[in-house]
Ligand binder design. Structure first.
Ligand SMILES: Nc1ncnc2c1ncn2[C@@H]1O[C@H](COP(=O)(O)OP(=O)(O)OP(=O)(O)O)[C@@H](O)[C@H]1O
Ligand SMILES: [Mg+2]
Length: 521
């Protein structure tokens, strides 16, 4: 805003000569000087244009100055218009002038001293200009506030419709954690109303076993301003609980002060079930293998014992009673042999080997572990130079890589890098074509004193968390494919890396599972 835009000064006098002399005095101020010869003309001009200061003679023939001032003041628009009276000073006039309480009023006595008149008019003109500027600023500010409010309202409504379209349950809380808004999906899932769950009322859909811990963690995040993450069950309107991964982020203003929290609850029930099922099936597979191996171990001596009993059956040295006991033992032995055979056949995968892409197997394992990888802060750097086709059984190949990747992840509880490579390669022993997978981690490494033992059954450094069978089983499987499994672990000031390298021949001669092959491990 330019500070010196001229303002209108209205000069009222019935004598044109006086008007001319006021004009001459006020000209140097650079304001717009408007002349009126009578009170009536002055009123007309006042209504037509914005007048900053009215300069008027007290004694005029039609309406005198005071009457004119009264009329001006009656109009709401002119209640604050500055008026300067020019009069021969009588005490009574001064008193009357003082009587105008509202609006700026002053007087000049005759003879008019030019400097004084100029000074007074200039003060009032400046005052008017400042008031105008202030009013303009005020208006602009109000407009900006209105525009901003509208923008906010719009962006909030956009945000809400966005939040309603996402598959998650979502909500917003005040800086202090009290929730004031939920998206439609929340209501659809929980069957609650805002009245029931606003503020801290959400506890009604939580499982009592989890509520205390959940509330405590949430309060702590709100108190510290740290993003919140938790996993817990929430009750649906059908009364069943489902598991949700829940997160909330603080939303801050330009000064960094938290103004809101935005939270989501993502249904991870299916994923959790899949993970649990996988762990269960892996455990079952491991147990199955173990049972198969034990059964196989038992099978050989069992056959020898059965043969011995067969020979004993009709041995002439046995009396009737001994023969009876021998027969009984033989029958029981037959049952044991039957159980062993059944266990063995259970272990054998009955289907024929198929073409398996190791790239797909690895992708599958990574996908299954993606959440755990994310939570542990492990980045995955994978490069597959081939689809890695081999003949075999997807389940057991998956078990090998699941094991190796799980070990790598368990070695990096505080995050790190998991490097996966898949490419064509040759068996270093005989030059046979095949596929090599290497799985490297930046975890704690393998101590030299453990290196010799990690493929032994039941060797584990994970207390109760590991069975110590993972590598033993993996090695058994890989050897069945006539492949190799090797590792290197480096740990010094510059490098921390453990790499497992698995080689599987492209077409293995004996992919039909043989328990005996697994036993070579
Ligand atoms: N990438 C690795 N980094 C560090 N140590 C490893 C790694 N892989 C294997 N190990 C060591 O080898 C041991 C044996 O591994 P293995 O997979 O056989 O059993 P586990 O992982 O302890 O138990 P499970 O496989 O049943 O969970 C581990 O306990 C660990 O000490
Ligand atoms: Mg393991």
């Amino acid at each position: 805003m330019t500070p010196n835009i001229p303002v209108n000064i209205l000069m009222v006098d019935d004598q044109p000569g006086k008007l001319l002399s006021y004009e001459a005095i006020l000209n140097p101020l650079g304001e717009n000087l408007i002349k009126a010869n009578s009170g009536r003309e002055a009123l007309e001009l006042l209504l037509k244009s914005k007048i900053a200061v009215v300069l008027m003679d007290v004694s005029m023939p039609d309406i005198d100055g005071f009457q004119l001032a009264d009329m001006i003041r009656e109009h709401p628009r002119f209640q604050k218009t500055a008026i300067i009276f020019i009069s021969a000073v009588h005490l009574t006039d001064v008193d009357r002038i003082k009587g105008y309480e509202r609006g700026a009023v002053d007087y000049i006595s005759v003879p008019v001293i030019p400097e004084l008149l100029r000074a007074k008019v200039s003060v009032f003109a400046e005052l008017y200009r400042k008031t105008q500027q202030l009013e303009k600023l005020n208006r602009e500010l109000e407009e900006r506030v209105a525009a901003r409010t509208e923008e906010l309202r719009e962006s909030e409504s956009q945000f809400r419709s966005l939040a309603n379209s996402i598959p998650q349950l979502a909500w917003m809380a005040e800086a202090g954690g009290s929730i004031f808004w939920y998206n439609q999906r929340w209501y659809d899932y929980t069957g609650t109303t805002l009245e029931q769950v606003k503020g801290w009322g959400w506890d009604i859909v939580h499982h009592p076993d989890h509520l205390h811990k959940v509330a405590e963690k949430y309060r702590q995040s709100v108190a510290t301003g740290e993003p919140w993450e938790d996993t817990f069950p929430l009750r649906g309107q059908d009364g069943n609980y489902r598991w949700f991964l829940s997160r909330a982020l603080p939303i801050r203003d330009v000064n960094g002060k938290i103004v809101r929290w935005f939270g989501t609850n993502t249904d991870i029930t299916d994923r959790k079930l899949a993970e649990e099922a996988l762990v269960k099936s892996e455990r079952l597979a491991a147990m199955g293998r173990l049972a198969g191996i034990i059964a196989h171990e038992i099978n050989n001596p069992l056959e020898a014992i059965s043969n011995a009993f067969y020979l004993l059956r009709d041995h002439p040295s046995l009396d009737e009673e001994a023969r009876y006991y021998s027969k009984l033992a033989e029958e029981e032995l037959a049952r044991v042999a039957h159980i062993t055979k059944q266990t063995l056949s259970f272990y054998r995968e009955s289907q024929r080997p198929v073409a398996v892409s190791l790239a797909e197997v690895l992708e599958n394992v990574i996908e299954l572990q993606s959440r755990k990888l994310q939570v542990s802060g492990i980045s995955v750097d994978k490069r597959f130079y081939t689809r890695g086709l081999v003949q075999g059984y997807p389940v057991e190949l998956k078990q090998v890589f699941l094991n190796l990747i799980a070990n790598a992840m368990q070695a990096m509880p505080d995050g790190g890098r998991l490097r996966l490579r898949l490419g064509q390669s040759k068996d270093r022993r005989n030059g046979r074509e095949g596929v090599r997978v290497s799985i490297c981690d930046t975890g704690g490494g393998i101590l030299p004193e453990h290196a010799k033992r990690i493929f032994e059954p039941f060797f584990s450094t994970k207390d109760t968390k590991g069975t110590g069978l993972g590598l033993w089983i993996s090695k058994g499987i890989v050897q069945k494919y006539e492949g190799t499994i090797r590792f290197r672990s480096i740990r010094n000031r510059h490098v921390r890396a453990t790499c497992f390298s698995v080689f599987i021949p492209a077409v293995s001669a004996s992919v039909t599972p043989k328990v005996s092959a697994a036993l070579v491990a």
